[in-house]
Write a protein that binds this ligand. Sequence first.
Ligand code: ACM
Length: 533
Amino acid sequence: MVAGAGTAASSASAAPASPWFSPSSTASAPGAAGAAPTPLDRVVPAPASVRPAAGSYALRSDTRIRVSGSDGSARRVGDYLAKVLRPSTGFSLPVTTRSGDDGIRLRLTPKAAGVRTLGAEGYRLQVTGRAITLTARGSAGLFHGVQTLRQLLPASIERTTRQPGPWRVSGGTITDVPRYAWRGAMLDVSRHFFGVDQVKRYIDQLALYKINKLHLHLSDDQGWRIAIDSWPKLATHGGSTQVGGGPGGYYTKADYREIVRYAASRELTVVPEVDMPGHTNAALASYAELNCDGVAPPLYTGTEVGFSSLCVPKEVTYDFVDDVIRELAALTPGRYLHIGGDEAHSTSHEDYVAFMDRVQPVVAKYGKTVVGWHQLTGAHPVKGAIAQYWGTDGSEKEVADAAKAGTRLVLSPANRAYLDMKYDANTPLGLDWAGYVEAKQSYDWDPGTYIKDAPESSVLGVEAPLWSETLQTSPQIEYMAFPRLPGIAELGWSPASTHDWEDYRVRVAAQGPRWDAMRIAYYHSPQIPWPTS
Ligand code: ACM
C-alpha cells in the first residue's frame, strides 16, 4: 500500500477527467480495417534492418501463440502478447508449447548460430502468409519483438473492446538490435509523489518503445519517498508533503519491490536514486543530527534548488549514507545505484569531493555500480562509474576528460531529453530554464557525438528525465512524455544510419491513433503530421 497516499487516488487506468486528456479519436488511420497493412519500416524505434516480402499474415479466430523453450520465459511473453491481442480481436489466442509451423511463434533459441548476433535484447521477426515467427536469444528480445509486432497491427488492436479487424501484418523480415545498452527514463517521484499504479502505467508506456531502465528519483528537498527501516522518519516525516504542500507519500518496501517486479516483467531494470549531498532538505528536516548546526529545518514545499546539504564533516552523515545505501541495495536486484550529486550549491567544492570520495566506495561495498549526475566528474569518479550528462551543449571539459579516463556516459542533455521542458511558450505545464523543447529539437541530435572530445565508446546510452515540479497526474506525465519520449527511445535503440527527422515524424505520427486507443494523453505537436481523417 501507498502510505499517506492522497495522490494515489488519481492513479492509473481510470479515464482521467482532465484538461490534459485528449479524447479518443474514432478516425480511421493508416493500418485501420480495410487499409493496406502497416509497412514493416513504419515503426518506432526504427529497426536496424527491414526486408519486405510479398504477402501478409492475418490473425484469425483459431490462431495459436506457440512458445518454445523450457524455462517459461517465452510463455510469459506469449501470455503478455495474448493479453494485448485478446480484447480487441475477440479471439481466444491460446498459448501453447505444442510446436507447429503456423500461428504466432515465439522461439527462444539462445545457442542457434543464426541468432548469435542478436545479443541479449535483439530479435528477428519473420512474417509469411502462414506464420509470424519471433526469434530471440532471451526474453528481452522476444518482448521487444512483441512491441514491434503490436505496431505492425492496426492501431485498433490497442483498444480494450472488440473491434472489427481484419488483423493483417505485412510480409517480410525485421532483424533488430539496439545501438545502446542504456535506454532510460527517469520519473521524479519526490517533487510530486506518484503511487504504484501510476508508476506501473508509465512502465507500460515505456515498454512500448523498448526503454529498459526506469530511474526513480526517490529523494529531494521536497520529499523522501522510500521506507528506510533504520531511519524511519525519512519516509514518515520527510515523505509527508510535496511541492505545493499536498500530502506526498512514500513507497513501503513492499511497494518498491512490486514496482521492481512489474518493471522486470516489462524488461526494465529499476535504477533507484537518492540525491546527495544537496537536494536533501527532506532528510535534514527528518533528523536534526544530520545538520551541521544540529537544528532540523522545516519541510519544504517550494521549487527552489541548491539550498540544502548534508553535513560533510560529521561522522553521523556516513552512518546515514551507509544505512540508506545498504537497505536500498538490498531491495534492488539491478546493478545500479544513483547517488545524485547535482546542484550541490551549498556544499563547498572541497566538501563535495570529500563526500563523493567517501560515498562511492559504499555503493561498491553493497555490490552496486555508481551512477551520478555529471557533476561527479568534477570529483573523482570511481572505476566503472557512470555519469549522467544533463548539460546543454556538450562542452564541459571535465566530462570529456572523465570519459577518456573510462567513466561511461548516459546522455540526458536538458535542452533535448528533459521531458519537463515546455514544448513552446503556450505549454501549460513544465519549466523552461533549458529553453523550449519541441519534438524536432528533442529528436534531432546524436548521442554518440554530443559530448565534445568524449570517445564514442564511452557512451552507454540515453535517458529521458521527467521532473515533476509541475506534474501531479498520469495524464500530465503523458502530455510531457509523448511524443518526445519515443524520439529519445529511438536515439537509444536505432542505428545512427536510420536517423532522419522527416522519416521519423511520419513514423511517430502513426503512433497517434495508438495513443488514442490506449488513452495516452499526448501533446499534438504541430511539427508532426498526425492522421486527420
Ligand atoms: C538536474 O536537473 N538537476 C539533474
